[in-house]
Each structure stands twice: as structure tokens, then as C-alpha cells.
Ligand binder design. Structure first.
Ligand code: ADP
Ligand code: MG
Length: 319
């Protein structure tokens, strides 16, 4: 059985190139690049709560980091460093090696260096802290949406929640739809490239982790604005459009969590440049609504003006 220190050395110690000091001392040492403000975020994933204990460790390593990188993307911050706190029921080296593979593969793609963490025995759980950089004036905050802005969405929402419904037996997915949805749930793609391309174009942003309506609600309240989405303009992935259970598909589309797409607002004058930013980043961006003055909140209206917002509006751990 490997000791705590052997696990850290074997699986979580990589040379630090951009940090002054990485894994191995009591703290890591960092210097941000000139003109940059640090952006930091933490997310916790617990077995049985956020993932199945039997989850593929390669995908878990990916997802644990991906959800954190998504939070940096939502601020238009460029990922630089990460800290990893992990509780393991036992020193299963095969599992740890696979987890590390998923983690470092994604970390490398986004230039993120693991600079420290904590390793302990306990019920399986992972908490990652990410640190990124953004020029202060270009950070995309939740409180900066303004009346007159367009509302934009990257990719499409709903597939991750549909995958979860499939795993819970609420719907039966098959073939390509099943594969697409499971991939969205287990290996989400953080929209880092798009976010950086949106610097100076978008005004406010959030990543969709709890559901489109719930997360846009945070922008609406923080900015003190009313958001109205156009039902017909919400992009539908194939699995959502062709789902046999229309009510479930709708719920996933507007209230399903775990998509890690970016929803952002921008002045209409930036439309062409936003479409170009999406193209450059290799992700579709869709204008899905508008920001207006009024009581803070989010509504979905169809082309005939009917309110089609669902009562269930997102995921809340304490609901
Ligand atoms: P301390 O007792 O000071 O908390 P530890 O023995 O917990 O130190 O950790 C030793 C070194 O290994 C520290 O630099 C710490 O940041 C790093 N470390 C521990 N666990 C991990 C991990 N899972 N991933 C990356 N670095 C880790
Ligand atoms: Mg420690």
C-alpha cells in the first residue's frame, strides 16, 4: 500500500514551469503576469452527491477540473494554476493513476499547472481550486448586464441533464443521442477559448451549472435587470429535439444543470464580432434573448408572446 507521500510524489507531482514554487513545500509561490488580476474559484465534488462512486476515474479527473475551469471561463480569466484536495477511501493506485491521467490531460490542454493540494483518507471527494488571470477591466462579472443587451448562449443546454434522467431511469436514450448526452455529462468542455475571445465584447457572463434559468437569474438579480428569452431561439441539441418525452426535454433545456456552457450579455453593436469569436473558438453562439429594465428575473416567451417559463427553475442543494 502506497503512503500518502508516495501517492503525492507518484501521481500529483509535476515540475512547475510557471509557478515560482509548486508541489512539495508548505505553500506554492506565484507571481501574476504584469497587468493581470487573479481570478480564483473552488468547486467540490462528492461521491454519491455529485458523481456515482463507480464513476470512471479518468472522466472524473477531467470533470473535476473542467467544472472549475468553467468558472474561470465565466469571468473571461485564463487558467494558470490549480490546487487539488482529494479524500480517498483507500490507496487504490490504479484508480489514482487513472484519475490523474484525466486531470492532467485536461490541465495540459488549458495550460494549467498543479501547484499543490492535500491528500487524505476519507469518503471519496475532490475539491479543486483554480487560479487564473484576467486584466481587471475585462473580467466578465454577473453584475454588469444592461438594459438593451442581447443574451447569448454557447453550444446548447440540456444534454447533461438528459443523460442524468437516462441514468436515473426516467427516459431511455439509445445510439448517438445516448453517447452525446453521456459525454456532455461526464466530460464537459470548459469554454475557455470562447471566454477569452469575448473579452471587451461581452458585458456580463455566467456558466450554466445549475440550469439556464437559474444561472441567468443570478445575472438578472446582480445586475438589477429583467431578462427575456425567446423560446424558439433556444438552441436544441439533437437528443433534446428528438426526445420522446417533450416535457422532460423542455425541463432539461431551461432548467437542467451540468452543461457548463457560457451564457453572456453584450450590446447589439457587438453581434458580428461575437459570431466571429464563436467561430474562432470553434463553438456555436446563439442570440437567445434580451435584457430590459424592470423587475429582476428571467422569463421565456414564445413567438406568440405566451410565457412558457417552467416553475422548476434550477438545481438547489438545499431545496
Ligand atoms: P502539509 O502537511 O504542509 O499540508 P502535505 O504533506 O499535505 O503538506 O503536502 C505536501 C505537499 O504536497 C504540499 O506542497 C502540498 O501542496 C502537496 N500536495 C498534497 N496533496 C496534493 C495533491 N493531491 N495534489 C497536488 N499536490 C498535493
Ligand atoms: Mg496537507
Amino acid at each position: 500500500m502506497a503512503s500518502e507521500f508516495e501517492i503525492i510524489r507518484r501521481y500529483f507531482t509535476r515540475p512547475a514551469h510557471t509557478a515560482v514554487l509548486g508541489v512539495g513545500d508548505d505553500s506554492a509561490l506565484l507571481v501574476p503576469r504584469k497587468g493581470m488580476t487573479l481570478a480564483m474559484s473552488t468547486d467540490m465534488l462528492l461521491a454519491g452527491r455529485h458523481f456515482f462512486p463507480s464513476a470512471d476515474p479518468v472522466k472524473l479527473g477531467h470533470k473535476a477540473l473542467a467544472v472549475n475551469l468553467s468558472d474561470l471561463a465565466a469571468m473571461a480569466a485564463e487558467p494558470r494554476w490549480a490546487l487539488l484536495a482529494i479524500a480517498l477511501p483507500r490507496a487504490n493506485e490504479r484508480w489514482i493513476a487513472r484519475f490523474a491521467r484525466g486531470f492532467f490531460r485536461l490541465a495540459r490542454r488549458f495550460g494549467t499547472e498543479l501547484i499543490g493540494g492535500d491528500t487524505t483518507r476519507g469518503p471519496l471527494g475532490i475539491s479543486i481550486t483554480v487560479i487564473g488571470e484576467v486584466p481587471r477591466a475585462l473580467a466578465l462579472r454577473r453584475d454588469a448586464a444592461r438594459a438593451g443587451d442581447d443574451v447569448w448562449l454557447s453550444g446548447a443546454t440540456g444534454e447533461a441533464a438528459l443523460a442524468l434522467a437516462h441514468l436515473n431511469g426516467r427516459v431511455k436514450l439509445t445510439g448517438r443521442a445516448r453517447e452525446a448526452c453521456l459525454a456532455r455529462l461526464h466530460t464537459p468542455e470548459p469554454r475557455v477559448k470562447l471566454a477569452i475571445a469575448l473579452r471587451g465584447l461581452a458585458r456580463s457572463a455566467i456558466d450554466v451549472s445549475d440550469g439556464l434559468l437559474a444561472d441567468l437569474g443570478h445575472i438578472a438579480r446582480a445586475s438589477g435587470v429583467a431578462v427575456e428569452l425567446r423560446w424558439e431561439d433556444l438552441p436544441r441539441a439533437r437528443a433534446i429535439a428528438e426526445c420522446s418525452d417533450a416535457a422532460l426535454a423542455k425541463e432539461c433545456l431551461v432548467a437542467g444543470g451540468d452543461d457548463y456552457e457560457l451564457v453572456f450579455t453584450a450590446p447589439p453593436s457587438k453581434r458580428a464580432r461575437i459570431l466571429a469569436a464563436g467561430k474562432k473558438a470553434g463553438v456555436r453562439v446563439s442570440a437567445i434573448g434580451a435584457v430590459a429594465a424592470g423587475k429582476p428575473g428571467v422569463r421565456v416567451r414564445d413567438a406568440r408572446g405566451r410565457d412558457v417559463s417552467t416553475p422548476r427553475s434550477g438545481f438547489d442543494h438545499f431545496a
